[in-house]
Design a protein around this ligand. Structure first.
Ligand SMILES: [Zn+2]
Length: 227
């Protein structure tokens, strides 16, 4: 009979639903499902400080991207420039309130909420145990990330630039470069931010921890190894 780690968690594989015991995985290691090979846990080497640095940098870059013009257009002697919020307001005044609202949510409100929540979370969990409200913030951050789509906006801008390049002179603004940098920082944040690390540090509302409480329900399940 395989020896069971006393502090192993019971998890369900997201690939094949196999219930198995997941021992503590050291930073930088990876735990895979013994049946289908799906990665069950891959805690990063630096689960707090690195994502915090990336989140702060992304917040500053996001502020620059919002405050500076995306681009300026010049045609037949006239020129115009706009910011992201300015573009959404222009859509609203031109009779497209639904599109304007979606643009505002996906490019401004949701990214702002996501970065605020992630910065707050990482600061709150730096010293364990994390407060119990960190779990609620983590769920909210997941919803905000789902609606945060600056990459779609940047792709749309680049397609529009190619289409109007023959009709007008287009000068990319600071906001466009800042949005590009923001996407790189968000990608780095997504790979270094590990929600499981946060959950591991969240304090339980009672003194009883659930470890071992599901042992009877998981009899006969496979054991996972960290590699
Ligand atoms: Zn599996």
């Amino acid at each position: 009979m395989a020896r069971i780690h006393p502090t192993a968690d019971i998890v369900a594989c997201p690939g094949c639903d196999l219930l198995q015991r997941l021992p503590p995985v050291p930073p930088g290691a990876r735990a895979r499902c013994p049946r289908c090979g799906e990665v069950l846990a891959a805690p990063p080497m630096d689960p707090i400080e690195r994502p915090l640095a990336l989140a702060v940098a992304a917040t500053i870059t996001f502020a620059v991207a919002q405050a500076t013009p995306l681009m300026s257009l010049s045609a037949v002697g006239r020129s115009a420039q706009t910011t992201i919020i300015g573009g959404a307001l222009e859509m609203w005044t031109q009779g497209q309130p639904i599109t304007a609202t979606l643009v505002l949510i996906c490019t401004t409100l949701a990214p702002a909420a996501y970065l605020t929540l992630v910065c707050t979370l990482l600061l709150a969990v730096r010293r364990p145990p994390a407060p119990s409200w960190a779990g609620a913030l983590l769920r909210l951050a997941g919803h905000a990330r789902a609606w945060s789509l600056p990459e779609v906006m940047l792709l749309g801008i680049l397609v529009a630039l190619v289409k109007i390049a023959d009709l007008a002179t287009v000068d990319p603004g600071v906001g466009l470069f800042a949005t590009g940098a923001l996407l790189a920082l968000l990608a780095g944040l997504a790979t270094s931010f590990d929600p499981r690390t946060i959950w591991d540090r969240v304090a339980w509302s009672t003194q009883d921890t659930p470890r071992g409480s599901g042992a009877s329900a998981a009899n006969g399940t496979g054991g996972t190894t960290a590699r």
